[in-house]
Design a protein around this ligand. Structure first.
Ligand SMILES: Cc1cc2nc3c(=O)[nH]c(=O)nc-3n(C[C@H](O)[C@H](O)[C@H](O)COP(=O)(O)O)c2cc1C
Length: 192
């Protein structure tokens, strides 16, 4: 039986090798807000394996609060240059702090400083605050490692459904749907 996680890995590899994409790991994550509205934004996909799809963010951001309230999320990708769309739905679960620290270590120092300087999704009083806060954290962590803030971590989406669409100019798209039933993946096709 075809494995959708392996299929995803193969599509992602194809999308990022010799790729014109600047942001090769961008995926759209949709959460449900407190009023029941869906809310989508792009994040970077950090890893994917049998346990799910991982992205990193502030746990107390708007999306983090949505997930605490309702862990059901969607992940959507469109890779234009290869003509692939992927749609995933599943439940997001915070990764362990130890795992988050490993992801933190892979980030550039500039990104670590930015993350430390701000509280994502909170209002910014004025534009100048961007520079003053960055200067403050640069001074604070001069000549030493930037530790992971406790409010930053990762979410793993455990998929229940994954749809792969191969785009066709004449709209005769190939749509392959995988649904998880009792730990097995069931494949079906959908009309375009
Ligand atoms: C290409 C791209 C990649 C991004 N990657 C991330 C990311 O990995 N983590 C993150 O928290 N925000 C990332 N952002 C910013 C988010 O889109 C978003 O503005 C931020 O997470 C706040 O969302 P929220 O207020 O809904 O929580 C990225 C934006 C773009 C355009």
């Amino acid at each position: 039986m075809e494995n959708p996680i392996e299929k995803f890995q193969s599509w992602w590899n194809k999308a990022i090798s010799n790729s014109p994409l600047q942001q090769k790991s961008a995926i759209c994550i949709s959460t449900i807000n407190e009023q029941g509205f869906p809310s989508g934004r792009f994040v970077d996909l950090k890893s994917v394996d049998e346990n799910g799809f991982v992205f990193c963010t502030y746990l107390d951001s708007a999306k983090g609060k949505h997930i605490q309230h309702n862990p059901k999320v969607a992940m959507t990708i469109w890779w234009d240059h290869v003509g692939y769309q992927v749609r995933v739905i599943g439940e997001a679960q915070a990764v362990s702090d130890a795992e988050a620290i490993e992801f933190w270590k892979t980030r550039k120092r500039s990104a670590q400083l930015t993350t430390t300087a701000f509280q994502q999704s909170q209002p910014l009083k004025e534009l100048e605050e961007l520079q003053t806060r960055m200067q403050e954290v640069s001074d604070q962590f001069i000549n030493r490692e930037v530790p992971k803030p406790s409010t930053w971590g990762g979410y793993r989406i455990q998929p229940v459904s994954i749809e792969f669409l191969t785009f066709a100019e004449n709209r005769l798209h190939l749509r392959e749907l995988f649904n998880k039933k009792e730990n097995a993946w069931i494949k079906s096709l959908l009309q375009p």
